[in-house]
Ligand binder design. Structure first.
Ligand SMILES: NC(=O)c1ccc[n+]([C@@H]2O[C@H](COP(=O)([O-])OP(=O)(O)OC[C@H]3O[C@@H](n4cnc5c(N)ncnc54)[C@H](O)[C@@H]3O)[C@@H](O)[C@H]2O)c1
Length: 459
């Protein structure tokens, strides 16, 4: 089949795979190929057992794979053939050298730029899909121009705003698509090509075009604002616990104000995920490197409150269980950083599990999709951890249930039958405030939620 254009995506991860599957399904005239240096991952994309889980992803991949969507480990050939290259490689927090623990590690990004320059035989549009520090496009252009042999690479910023767990829905019906470019003739022409792709399914009014730097910075700011809402409500939860107020009632009361809005106001044990913490730290690092110390300090507090919230949650568990969890079986409900994903990156579950293991608890972890990743995250820990897909088995003889992830299934379990097979007194710590606390209390649990007065049978 003759394709109108050849789109390549470098990076077949949580962003590259779903984004390109949706793009291929909506743009049948374009050939869409996704490459990765990780051959195992490519093999899994080419199998029935995809490397990631997202509701609706299987169906879309099934329809498009082999038609106009292809996964390949052959990076040189695919770079050579592409007209437009989306780059969605990982940009984690740097763990070494200057800026360690704060700045973005751009090594994968730079390697990609070098691959593009090495294998390209024609001019191309390069689209930044990864989340990057503002002004990264300038560095990319410098690399690409350094040995371009007369070829022209126009760099466009098109940050991804999807949320894991709802990635397919977010991609099919985005709140907006952001496309940033140089305001030059070639920049605007390239931006228009990207607008044309999205116009296949996104209403034109939802496609925002800006200058390159606004687009790059908007992504960091969007994540900072989202995380800030979580930390803001979480910062009020300890106050509620002291003052006998209920954080859910407060969220509802303040969220009903249309100027505030109701989303992202659920108090919890803290946010996780590969993006929020890394992107805020990156924003803080950038602000500090420009000498904007007040700006940096302001945003850094969002991360500090999140760490405090995780710490507080573990402290509540230990103190409530009579200051010792030694040899007590604790069932952890969920390990993914949020529901409907296999992803455990930066999951609060990792922190909580490690702390409880340090205190010599016996952990039994259950999660509908993330047990494989949990095993990797806790590898090397010299204490037996049980990974149990069945929540009923995970709770047998347990002294406590600690709810980490807001999976729907945890709301509908038969807690009466669970309670019968648990040690007494039975505790439940709801880190997401999703369970029916009064019902659990009535059947005999001692219930501790975030930002709510405890319901216990001890007084
Ligand atoms: N995960 C999310 O929810 C999300 C949402 C919005 C934006 N983002 C951003 O998108 C980017 C990618 O995130 P992700 O979650 O998909 O990461 P990921 O780790 O799941 O995927 C990145 C992939 O890139 C591959 N890769 C790295 N260097 C490569 C190279 N030189 N050539 C080919 N492949 C290479 C890796 O092997 C990996 O499979 C990050 O910048 C992230 O901040 C992520």
């Amino acid at each position: 089949m003759d394709f109108k254009k050849r789109i390549l995506c470098i990076g077949a991860g949580y962003v590259g795979g779903p984004t390109m599957a949706v793009m291929a399904s909506k743009c049948p005239g374009y050939k869409v190929t996704v490459v990765d240096i990780n051959e195992d991952k490519i093999n899994r994309w080419n199998s029935k057992n995809l490397p990631i889980f997202e509701p609706g992803l299987n169906e879309i991949v099934k329809k498009t794979k082999g038609v106009n969507l292809f996964f390949s480990a052959d990076i040189p050939t695919n770079i050579r053939e592409a007209d437009i290259i989306f780059v969605s490689v990982n940009t984690p927090t740097k763990t070494f050298g200057h800026g360690a623990g704060m700045a973005s590690d751009l090594q994968y990004w730079e390697k990609t730029a070098n691959q593009i320059i090495e294998y390209s035989l024609n001019s191309k549009i390069i689209v930044e899909r990864s989340t990057l520090p503002v002004k990264t496009a300038q560095a990319m252009e410098r690399i690409l121009k350094s040995k371009s042999n007369g070829l022209h690479f126009e760099v466009i910023s098109n940050p991804e705003f999807l949320a894991e767990g709802t990635a397919i829905k977010d991609l099919l019906e985005p709140d907006r698509v952001l496309i940033g470019s140089h305001q030059t003739e070639s920049g605007l022409k390239a931006a228009q090509e990207i607008v044309d792709i999205y116009s296949h399914w996104v209403p034109r009014g939802k496609i925002i075009t800006t200058n390159l730097w606004s687009s790059e910075l908007s992504k960091l700011v969007a994540n900072a604002f989202l995380a800030q809402r979580v930390s803001s409500i979480n910062s009020i939860s300890p106050l509620c616990e002291k003052a006998d107020a209920d954080i859910s009632e407060i969220s509802f009361a303040i969220g009903s104000d249309s100027r505030i809005g109701s989303k992202f106001l659920n108090a919890s044990l803290g946010f996780g995920g590969s993006c929020f913490k890394k992107d805020i730290l990156n924003l803080v690092y950038i602000a500090r490197s420009y000498g904007l110390f007040e700006v940096a300090d302001y945003w850094e507090m969002v991360v500090k409150i999140n760490e405090y919230q995780k710490e507080r949650f573990v402290r509540t568990i230990i103190e409530t269980m009579f200051n010792t969890v030694v040899d007590k079986k604790i069932a952890m409900f969920g390990f993914a950083f949020k529901a409907n994903t296999t992803d455990t990156r930066e999951s609060p579950g990792i922190h909580i599990a490690k702390k409880l293991i340090e205190e010599k608890a016996l952990l039994s972890i259950t999660d509908p999709k993330a047990l494989e990743n949990a095993k990797i995250d806790l590898a090397g820990i010299d204490r037996t951890v049980v990974y149990e897909p069945d929540p009923y088995k995970a709770t047998e003889d347990a002294s406590a249930i600690v709810l980490i992830t807001e999976w729907e299934i945890f709301k509908t379990l038969d807690y009466e039958s669970i309670l019968k097979r648990m040690k007494k007194p039975p505790f439940i710590f709801d880190g997401r405030n999703i369970l029916n606390h009064s019902k659990l209390f009535d059947i005999g649990f001692n219930v501790y939620a975030v930002g709510k007065p405890p319901l216990n049978h001890f007084d």
